[in-house]
Design a binder for this molecule. Structure first.
Ligand code: NCD
Length: 304
């Protein structure tokens, strides 16, 4: 059975096909209004979420399906000590597909081993977030007309930012993509990811100042410092405002820069940037819903 656990389990061709499907849904939404009639999506969210959970739910509803689930581990049997494997065996009796967010890295992969229905990783700890990557890729393709031949700046918390890890793993497989990593020393990408980029021969530059590199970027992917993943509050406070994208910094950037952010934002993009036509983070939110529709269609079609 097919799942969406890690973006690298899906080939570039398959990801491109999902983007084609999403474009098709955007062009003709009515054609899909009954596609998932009488099907149910369970959203099992053991960690906070606004966009990811609601976009999965909206996606299923717009396909004519239904949703059930929980948005707080405390209200589920996890609080009584139930394992993820028992929970998905149970939920698989009620639902046709499961979207799971969990604070433990790898929890959705364990779930998939026991689940009778497809499992989607909706974010696992500081590890991966493949469906955010689908939203990011569709936004890049719709804005730039391509996903290859791009200089991509990743800025902020590159150590704990799971969306960064998944997006780099996906984009590194497209030709002529290079990365400029902008972070404080303490929040650099994890070693396994640097090693994977090196093995693939992907050009990678690591800097501390956004101003130095912003003029060279096609894409700027801003991220929040992940407070909940810090061991100590003092380190968080010291690093939280390391980067703030404001209109002054935007004057240094290219006219066709695309600014992305997985959201939620805290301080890292000033609200004054929101009206700049280069700010695409709310388009990214909407694209996320369409990509999740495309993914649900694909995973449930495969189980027919
Ligand atoms: C991200 C996440 O949960 O990893 N949000 C999201 O799903 N769009 C980013 C974040 O929390 O900072």
């Amino acid at each position: 059975m097919r799942h969406m656990l890690d973006i690298t389990d899906w080939s570039i061709e398959e990801i491109n096909a999902l983007m084609d499907q999403a474009d098709e849904i955007i062009a003709r939404p009515d054609d899909y209004a009954d596609a998932m009639r009488r099907k149910k999506l369970a959203s099992l969210f053991y960690e906070p979420s606004t966009r990811t959970r609601l976009s999965f739910e909206a996606a299923m509803i717009e396909l004519g399906g239904h949703v059930l689930g929980f948005s707080d581990a405390g209200s589920s049997s996890a609080s009584k000590g139930e394992s993820v494997s028992d929970t998905v065996r149970t939920v698989g009796c009620y639902a046709d597909i499961i979207a799971m967010r969990h604070p433990k890295e790898g929890a959705p992969t364990v779930a998939a081993q026991f689940s009778p229905v497809p499992v989607i990783n909706a974010g696992d700890g500081g590890h991966n977030h493949p469906t955010q990557t689908l939203a990011d890729l569709l936004t890049i393709r719709r804005e730039k007309g391509r996903v290859d031949r791009l200089v991509v700046g990743m800025c902020g918390d590159l150590q704990f930012g799971r969306t960064v890890h998944s997006l780099m793993s996906a984009m590194s497989r497209y030709p002529e993509v290079s990365f400029v990593l902008i972070s404080p020393e303490e929040l650099k990408i994890p070693g396994y990811l640097r090693e994977s980029m090196r093995r693939q021969g992907v050009p990678l530059m690591e800097v501390e100042k956004l101003e130095d590199v912003i003029p060279a970027l096609d894409i700027l992917y801003m991220t929040r410092v992940q407070r909940e993943r810090f061991f100590n509050e003092a380190d968080y406070v010291r690093l939280k405002d390391s980067y703030i994208l404001d209109p002054d910094k935007m004057t240094l950037a290219r006219k066709d820069l695309t600014v992305l952010h997985p959201l939620p934002r805290v301080n890292e993009i000033s609200h004054a940037v929101d009206n700049d036509p280069r700010a695409c983070y709310f388009k990214q939110v909407l694209n996320g819903k369409y990509m999740r529709m495309a993914l649900i269609l694909k995973l449930l079609e495969a189980t027919k």
